[in-house]
Design a protein around this ligand. Structure first.
Ligand code: AMP
Ligand code: GLY
Length: 422
């Protein structure tokens, strides 16, 4: 099967790596890809949000399946674009419809969905310029800290957690006034939940589903979980507190009602559901839905999936996922992100990366790299995700850190405490 994978991060390198192990793959294209995916297929320099360019490539190359890595093309409706065009309607697109992608693209939509289908989540109230006073009344019923979320996509920056009531009211006004542009014209105010977070991934054809390995992501830039939020500085799988009892609750209270809810609401969803969960006491609550895999979670989740991933994607497209079971490697996998100095603030790109050929016992997934004049150089804040297997979490981490020491680029930075139990 000829496959096109959209995206350019560590998630996409991990997907490309996994697709390359499939006996069904005949040719892989990645758009736009990075220096890592370049070794596994054909990088094509087109923007995944430019659907006309994607269509052109699909027709020129006879591509049979499109796998969508990031959320933006999904939220913009790439699935519907394909379905509505007779030239490409028969091409399988792994990812939800535009309506399904609202689970990530609109916090208000996601909260209303959870409320309607009785899925445990924080209490909330949705505010815009017309009901601001009511929003402030709701804030008064909450206790500090106050959680304010921009309704729309805001490059991962749209969630504010604020200690004082006065600041919360001010920020609420700022957000509705356009602090995050159109994304925060509507704001969801949420009850603050206190607990430990984890990510659970589901692959679904809209009816059947498989629960992939869970993962824990380390989001802050600094050791000890301090400093600014990032896209993720490392991840581990499995997660110590996600025992059978807890995961059974996740399946019964969250996963099944989510799939049933999509059906009741007549929403087409053939793709990944990424549940951002928080464990409060012993109970799971949904913090957020995403409609794609996580990054860097993919770099620990996919190495633990033993199935042929393309076989699973084909079953998703055909609506036959119920015929399959998931086969998970019991080993630990950890990943540690190497980032550009300064990230998540300003940083420089174009630093030559040396030592990748010395990596042994780990997989260096490229997150932000490109080839420049025959050399591999950094091309983003997050540069490489170094993933390793181990019989224990410590064994896996030891391998990731040993290999990180072998890879050099100017101003490289990484957290030294990935894997610690929060
Ligand atoms: P989100 O973009 O919705 O995942 O939110 C970003 C981060 O904010 C989450 O990973 C949590 O750490 C935190 N957060 C979001 N909502 C809540 C909440 N209701 N209670 C506590 N923390 C939250
Ligand atoms: N690592 C979090 C995310 O992919 O959204």
């Amino acid at each position: 099967m000829k496959v096109l994978l959209l995206g350019s991060g560590g998630r996409e390198h991990a997907l490309a790596w996994k697709l390359n192990q499939s006996k069904e793959l005949t040719k892989l294209f990645i758009a736009p890809g990075n220096a890592g995916t370049d070794e596994l297929g054909y990088n094509i320099d087109i923007n995944p949000n430019n659907f006309d360019d994607v269509k052109k490539l699909v027709l020129e190359e006879g591509i049979e399946m499109v796998i969508v890595g990031p959320e933006e093309p999904l939220v913009r409706g790439i699935k519907d674009y394909f379905l509505n065009d007779p030239d490409i309607a028969s091409v399988s697109v792994i990812g939800p419809s535009k309506e399904g992608a609202k689970l990530e693209g609109s916090k208000e939509f996601a909260k209303d969905f959870m409320k309607r289908h009785k899925i445990p989540t924080a209490a909330y109230f949705s505010v815009n310029e017309r009901n601001l006073e009511k929003g402030i009344d709701f804030l008064k019923t909450m206790q500090a800290p106050y959680v304010l979320k921009a309704d729309g996509l805001a490059a991962g920056k749209g969630v504010l957690i604020i200690d004082s009531f006065e600041n919360a009211v001010q920020e609420l006004k700022n957000m509705i006034g356009g602090k995050f542009g159109a994304a925060s014209k509507t704001v969801v105010i949420e009850e603050f939940l206190s607990g430990i977070e984890l990510s659970v991934f589901v692959l679904t054809d809209g009816h059947g589903y498989l629960v992939l390995p869970e993962a824990k992501d380390y989001k802050r830039i600094g050791d000890g979980d301090t400093g600014l939020n990032t896209g993720g500085m490392g991840a581990v799988s499995p997660v110590s507190f996600a025992n059978k009892d807890f995961m059974d609750k996740v399946e019964k209270r969250i996963i099944r009602p989510t799939i049933d809810g999509l059906n009741k609401d007549d929403i087409l969803f053939k793709g990944f559901i990424f549940l951002g969960l928080i464990k409060v006491g012993n109970d799971p609550y949904v913090i957020e839905y995403n409609v794609r895999m996580g990054d860097p979670e993919t770099e620990v989740v996919l190495p633990r999936v033993k199935n042929d991933i393309l076989e699973l994607f084909r079953a998703v497209a055909a609506g036959e996922l119920k015929k399959h079971t998931i086969d998970i490697d019991s080993q630990y996998v950890t990943t540690v992100m190497m980032v550009s100095g300064g990230y998540p603030g300003d940083y420089e790109k174009g630093k030559v990366i040396k030592g990748l050929n010395r990596v042994k016992g780990s997989i260096a997934f490229h997150a932000g790299t490109k080839i420049d004049g025959g050399k591999i150089v950094s091309n983003g804040g997050r540069v490489l995700a170094v993933s390793s297997y181990g019989a224990t979490k410590d064994d896996a981490l030891e391998a990731s850190y040993r290999n990180i020491d072998l890879i050099e680029f100017d101003d490289k930075y990484f957290r030294t405490d990935i894997g610690f139990d929060l």
